[in-house]
Design a protein around this ligand. Structure first.
Ligand code: HSE
Length: 312
């Protein structure tokens, strides 16, 4: 038996929502799991482009054995119901660029888990799947929107449990994703964050996160523009993302641009706007990044509403 699952990209944090907010974007990875019948074949993990197995494209560092995070998540699911995974073939077809702050690892973990759950007759519910995916991948702010779609609040509590809710996102707000052609690993982007932060910075983020939640609920663009600021992660990550400061500065006073934030741990950037000239966004970002010899792919998208989907 074989199951395929299509999972969207995600952008975590949204400025002040560090480690707890994320939204899904219509760029997809498709993960297929097949239980093979030949005993002793172990696991086989293939990275595919369309229908062909690829060996290149920067995937060299991804383990193809039991250390692969998709396999680890699948194994945890089997173990949770007292079983061991059988012989598995896992195909990963990836459109989400890796190590760019767009949740590519959350997407493959979620896809693998949902496919395995279906193969097993759906023993795990949404909350259980979210817990396993977070345990393996580490970031509920990517995993939750990958599963649910839309705009999601997800908090990993001190006891490990996950509290999550889908929030409203104004349909009419455009999301422009700017993906530069350099990679930044989440581990490196987390290593530059301090262990402790000043009280006034914590208060700053609490205030702006509260504003953000109210702004999306009431489609209050003025409030959103005030809300999309952060002092917990973006200022520390600036040094890892050349051009980030200039791009944020360029949009700060533009009417119609509600904000510009780092996508997840970076280096991609997200620009939220309404009735703003999208070509102008493209040309401003291009000018800044290409001026530093950094190629960039700019896409304006609507939020992905559905989340992970089992393909029939
Ligand atoms: N909230 C996480 C971070 C997301 O910013 O490090 C990682 O994808």
């Amino acid at each position: 038996m074989k199951v395929s699952v299509r999972v969207p990209a995600t952008s975590a944090n949204l400025g002040p929502g560090f480690d707890c907010l994320g939204l899904a974007l219509p760029i997809y990875n498709t993960i297929t799991i097949e239980e093979t019948v030949l005993p002793g074949t172990g696991i086989e993990i293939n990275l595919m482009s369309e229908d062909e197995v690829i060996e290149e494209m920067g995937f060299d560092d991804i383990p193809r054995d039991e250390n692969n995070i998709v396999y680890k998540a699948v194994e945890m699911l089997y173990n949770s119901i007292g079983q061991e995974p059988s012989e598995l073939k896992i195909n990963i077809q990836s459109q989400i660029p890796i190590t760019r702050g767009l949740g590519s690892s959350a997407a493959v973990v979620v896809g693998g888990l949902l496919a395995a759950n279906k193969l097993l007759g759906s023993p795990a519910d949404e909350t259980a799947l979210l817990s396993i995916a977070t345990e393996v991948e580490g970031h509920p702010d990517n995993v939750a929107p990958a599963i649910l779609g839309g705009f999601v609040l997800a908090s990993q509590e001190d006891d490990g449990s996950i509290i999550y809710r889908k929030l409203n996102w104004p349909e009419e707000w455009d999301i422009t994703v700017c993906i530069p052609d350099f990679e930044l690993s989440t581990n490196i982007a987390r290593s530059v964050l301090p262990q402790n932060i000043p009280m006034q910075d914590a208060v700053f983020n609490a205030k702006h996160l509260a504003m953000l939640i109210q702004a999306v609920n009431t489609k209050d663009e003025k409030l959103m523009k005030a809300a999309l600021q952060d002092k917990l992660h973006q200022p520390y990550r600036e040094k890892l993302v050349p051009g980030m400061k200039e791009i944020m500065e360029a949009f700060r006073h533009e009417d119609g641009v509600l904000g510009c934030v780092l996508s997840g741990a970076g280096p991609s950037m997200l620009i939220i706007s309404h009735k703003y000239d999208l070509d102008k966004i493209k040309s401003i970002v291009r000018e800044i990044w290409e001026g530093q010899s950094i190629k960039v792919d700019v896409k304006t998208l609507k939020i992905e509403p559905k989340g992970a989907e089992i393909l029939e």
